[in-house]
Design a protein around this ligand. Structure first.
Ligand code: 2P0
Length: 330
């Protein structure tokens, strides 16, 4: 009853921001993302009678009951125990090879890896759809990291969330030339977690209705851009969607502003590069980091342009979906 899994984060091109059900993590809108290469979470879980309560070690740090991360994971394991009919407690050890909680979607890779490991350890026999639903119950965006490459998380209509899961649009080999340059602006933990931030936004931003009215248009354009490999349409739509999401945050009461001065510097640099004929677009999530979307041929010139602003950068490609690993962490 021990298993390990690895999963990569995904970056949303059309964002998820706001829930219709907090407990089941059902979103207000569908979203589309790209699972990326290189960054991953590696997780091992063991269910056994030898554990009196769930044990959790994340990035070498032990977490105890009453801590938020601990309770989140315990709640997730309770859902899995319910499906399998076991009452066994578990030990979970997990680590990321990238900065945690700074806007690099660590909860997406984290819960996607955990769902995959739990499926294996408890022999739940869930297929991709079931895994996506299980991962979603840990963290909404994790539903998308089950899949490689481009995926769409369908918001569904049902109250029980049974029609709310991600589907693969195109795998990681489909569009080899796409690159995301992930720029690290700050490694500080974020000021407000996305879960709370999106709740506040839905409650207080006067722009929220407008976000929902326009989202289908962004989804349609993005699906079309992926299908036609139309990079300009993909980038323009993703950048605009990101700005709309952050406008929601800025107009939340009190405002939620994840950007740091260097975030804005990179955004302006992206505009400047585009004006100079170097095609690239940006997207940002719940943190100060900026992800620059571009095609492979533009990477060296873009790096040259941002050298002085973002000291640490990672050039990522479309990446793999969640997978079982034979390598155990304990
Ligand atoms: C996304 N984000 O689509 C959006 C864009 C951040 C900005 O999904 O409460 O960790 O666990 O469902 O998935 C981050 O939120 O939130 C997120 P929960 P999650 O990628």
């Amino acid at each position: 009853m021990k298993a390990s899994a690895k999963a990569n984060p995904n970056f949303a091109l059309v964002k998820y921001w706001g829930k219709r059900d907090e407990k089941l993590k059902l979103p207000q809108n569908s979203s589309i993302s790209l699972t990326v290469s290189d960054f991953f979470t590696h997780t091992t879980i063991e269910f056994s009678e030898k554990y009196e309560r769930d044990e959790l070690v994340l990035n070498k740090k032990k977490y105890l009951p009453k801590n938020k991360e601990y309770e989140n994971i315990k709640e997730f394991l309770n859902q899995a125990r319910k499906i399998s009919g076991t009452s066994l407690r578990a030990k979970v050890v997990s680590k990321n090879n990238f900065p945690t909680s700074a806007g690099f979607a660590s909860s997406a890779s984290g819960f996607s890896a955990l769902a995959t490991a739990v499926n294996q350890a408890l022999s739940l026999k869930l297929g991709k759809k079931g895994l996506s639903i299980l991962a979603r119950m840990g963290s909404g965006s994790a539903s998308r990291s089950i899949f490689s490459g481009f995926s769409e998380w369908k918001k569904g209509k049902k109250k029980d969330g049974s029609d709310c899961f991600a589907v693969q649009l195109k795998d990681n080999n489909y569009w080899n030339d796409i690159r995301i340059i992930a720029c690290i602006i700050s490694k500080k933990k974020k000021s407000i977690k996305s879960r709370k931030a999106m709740r506040e936004t839905v409650k207080t931003s006067p722009m929220y209705g407008c976000w929902l009215e326009n989202i289908e248009n962004d989804l349609e354009k993005t699906r079309h851009a992926i299908e036609k490999k139309d990079f300009s349409l993909l980038g323009k739509t993703a950048e605009h969607n990101c700005l709309k999401m952050h406008s929601l945050m800025w107009t939340t009461i009190p405002p939620i502003i994840y950007q740091e001065p260097k975030t804005i510097e990179i955004i302006k640099k992206v505009f400047e590069m585009r004006d100079n004929g170097l095609e690239c677009y940006f997207t940002m999530d719940a943190g100060p980091q900026v992800k620059i979307l571009c095609l492979r041929r533009s990477v060296p010139a873009i790096i040259e342009n941002i050298l002085g602003i973002a000291k640490e950068r990672f050039v990522l490609k479309p990446g793999r979906g969640a997978r079982v690993s034979q390598n155990h962490l304990f």
